[in-house]
Design a protein around this ligand. Structure first.
Ligand SMILES: *[C@@H]1O[C@H](CO)[C@@H](O)[C@H](O)[C@H]1NC(C)=O
Ligand SMILES: *[C@@H]1O[C@H](CO)[C@@H](O)[C@H](O)[C@H]1NC(C)=O
Ligand SMILES: *[C@@H]1O[C@H](CO)[C@@H](O)[C@H](O)[C@H]1NC(C)=O
Ligand SMILES: *[C@@H]1O[C@H](CO)[C@@H](O)[C@H](O)[C@H]1NC(C)=O
Ligand SMILES: *[C@@H]1O[C@H](CO)[C@@H](O)[C@H](O)[C@H]1NC(C)=O
Length: 244
């Protein structure tokens, strides 16, 4: 009897341990700062969904570059051409800089695989950037306040200088390595595997697509995980019944 009991306990333990070894789902978003579809996706899908418990199960990579291209000039400066014009290049640089600078003052919390403050800042920019008579206003100061970013002048400085171009060029490389020219913007990739239909679906139903990859039982995933867990538990109980 005792060895059998031990066996069952082992099974039950391994069942509960599955939970703790669950991996965070890699999610990569390729987008651009002035693209209406990118703004809609980030402000109505990505950001709201990542305010819920699913956020701890996501390894988010933001790539604000889109359908741009660039050349490197002789004087070590870069020349960018962006899908929605030169102001978009500046907007992309601000976000490229935010991805580096915010981490220095507000590091990513231990249980996260992305910086929630950086995401809040970028969400605010995507929401609040507005047209003016000369071009566009990027409300860096206002969004720093909204997202509790302490060092926003360093973001502005970075975006105004070569360092911002260097960061943006690196995002360009990352984008070109993924696709020579992006097929659509935004592009959303789960588990580092691109699926065109899934990317399109995720731009409107981000939570549903994400939940396909989350094995954790979460209310936000409408028990997708629970169903699996429940059937595993049932299987175990049946087994216990059978053994004894
Ligand atoms: C870069 O983009 C600009 C504007 O979209 C386009 O005219 C140019 O041909 C592109 N250059 C390369 C090398 O793709
Ligand atoms: C997130 O993904 C990156 C690769 O894109 C990896 O280096 C990193 O370890 C991952 N982080 C976690 C916590 O899973
Ligand atoms: C910004 O966010 C507010 C509140 O969520 C929303 O009502 C508004 O439509 C958004 N604006 C843009 C341009 O996304
Ligand atoms: C960056 O450039 C913008 C626009 O040219 C300017 O308004 C701003 O003051 C500059 N910021 C810094 C920190 O240099
Ligand atoms: C979300 O997480 C909090 C704390 O981690 C927990 O108390 C709450 O029950 C969770 N909600 C759902 C819907 O899973």
């Amino acid at each position: 009897m005792f060895p059998k009991m031990l066996f069952v306990v082992t099974i039950l333990l391994s069942f509960f341990c599955v939970k703790n070894t669950s991996q965070k789902v890699p999610v990569t978003v390729y987008y651009e700062s002035l693209c209406p579809d990118s703004r809609k996706f980030i402000t109505t899908q990505l950001y709201p969904v990542l305010q819920t418990n699913v956020s701890k199960w996501v390894n988010l990579t933001l790539v604000p570059y889109g359908k741009s291209n660039y050349t490197q000039e002789a004087d070590n400066e870069w020349k960018f051409f962006c899908h929605h014009g030169p102001f978009e290049c500046h907007g992309n640089k601000i976000q490229a800089c935010a991805l580096h600078e915010i981490e220095n003052s507000v590091p990513t919390p231990n249980n996260y695989a992305f910086n929630p403050v950086t995401l809040a800042f970028i969400n605010c920019l995507m929401n609040k950037t507005s047209k003016n008579i000369d071009g566009y206003d990027f409300p860096i100061g206002e969004c720093a306040k909204t997202a509790n970013v302490p060092n926003y002048v360093s973001i502005e400085n970075c975006a105004n200088h070569t360092v911002g171009s260097t960061y943006l060029a690196a995002l360009g490389e990352q984008t070109h390595q993924f696709q020579k020219t992006l097929i659509s913007v935004p592009t959303i990739v789960f588990n580092n595997r691109y699926d065109k239909q899934e990317s399109t679906d995720a731009s409107n139903f981000f939570n549903q697509i994400l939940c396909k990859y989350i094995t954790q039982p979460l209310e936000e995933c409408q028990n997708h995980g629970l169903t699996l867990k429940a059937s595993l538990l049932l299987l175990t109980l049946t087994f216990v019944h059978f053994v004894f």
